[in-house]
Design a binder for this molecule. Structure first.
Ligand code: PBG
Ligand code: ZN
Length: 330
């Protein structure tokens, strides 16, 4: 059968038909909101390159978490900025650190909110790399030891899951072993398994004050030219015990999300990163793009690619816009 008998436009004319045959939906339950907490702040501080996002004080973070919970957003992922950085990264696993204290408080106040913690060292080490540096090299196994201790401290603070984002080899196994050993067998590890060395992280580095002071992250994050390698990253992390895999960035990496999803029978999330946010915000502020429509479209593309859920700076706004109850905008 073909034209003139086949006419795909028949189901596009009436909005009720369009709605009935919609294949993919963006739902509130798909969204995790990233939040920044900076030690020592007395009031929230706007992040200029990410309009609408801020570095929170302990108080404003708690209020924001409560607001998100009341909007029905299922979870948050926390990034901590300590007041001092050094070469040991000790603050990353201090039980009294900014993240550990915040997790404790939020878990007490917001019983319905999943609290995930990003586990990395770049916010804590003075040079801003995700691992320890020796003679200009990022040291894998030494870094894994510190990262593992950080993950345990987050678990002890009450996190619902830990999400290592450092891209060191073997860290999932090390974290899984230590968590199991310390009675956290039940705690999921969400691995940033497929994390590219992306130019789209630039606004985040302003937000988290974590830009590397020399070189870049290409010796540990993936080359954006590679897709097969993503499957190897996914496989190793699953073998090491990862419960959920993340692909990051999201926009422009739909092929990778799809391949990971098809190849492995595991949950896959994606991180719509800071640059994706800033880019669309900037265009919207200039009146060049319709923000709501653009955001629905990019986020639907992530669902279509196969993501089970999306870490996105728009989680709160998407909830406030009220578009997701309707399930579709067209
Ligand atoms: C830190 C980390 C980064 C992001 C999440 N965790 C930055 C980086 O690797 O430089 C990026 C998130 C974003 O851009 O929104 N390891
Ligand atoms: Zn890092």
């Amino acid at each position: 059968m073909k034209y003139p008998f086949v006419r795909l436009r028949r189901l596009r004319e009436d909005p009720r038909w369009r709605s009935l045959v919609t294949e993919h939906h963006l739902l509130l339950k798909d969204l995790i909101q990233p939040l920044f907490i900076k030690e020592g702040l007395t009031r929230p501080l706007a992040i200029p390159s990410m309009p609408g996002q801020c570095q929170h004080s302990e108080k404003s973070l708690l209020e924001e978490a409560q607001r998100l919970e009341s909007l029905g957003i299922p979870g948050i992922i926390l990034f901590g900025i300590p007041s001092r950085k050094n070469l040991s990264g000790r603050e990353a696993f201090s039980q009294n650190g900014v993240i550990q204290r915040s997790v404790q408080k939020i878990k007490k106040a917001c019983k319905d909110l999943l609290v995930i913690t990003d586990v990395c060292l770049c916010e804590y080490l003075s040079h801003g790399h995700c691992g320890h540096v020796k003679r200009g090299r990022i040291m894998n196994d030494e870094s894994v030891r510190t990262i593992t201790r950080a993950a345990l401290s987050h678990a002890r603070a009450g996190a619902d899951a830990v999400a290592p984002s450092d891209m060191m080899d073997g860290r999932i196994l090390a974290i899984r072993r230590l968590l199991d050993d310390k009675d956290f067998k039940h705690l999921p590890v969400i691995s940033y398994a497929v994390k590219y060395a992306s130019a789209f992280y630039a606004p985040f580095r302003e937000a988290a004050e974590s830009a590397p002071s020399f070189g870049d992250r290409s010796s540990y994050q993936m080359n954006p030219a590679n897709a097969q390698e993503a499957l190897r990253e996914a496989q190793t992390d699953l073998e090491e015990g990862a419960d959920v895999l993340l692909v990051k960035p999201a926009l422009g990496f739909g092929d990778v999300i799809r391949q990971v999803k098809d190849r492995f029978a595991c949950p896959v999330g994606c991180f719509s990163v800071s640059g994706e946010y800033s880019m669309i915000k900037a265009a919207a502020q200039n009146g060049w793009l319709d923000e709501k429509k653009t955001v629905m479209e990019t986020h639907l593309s992530m669902k279509r690619a196969g993501a089970n859920f999306i870490l996105t700076y728009w989680a709160k706004e998407l909830a406030e816009w009220g578009l997701l109850k309707n399930k579709t905008i067209r």
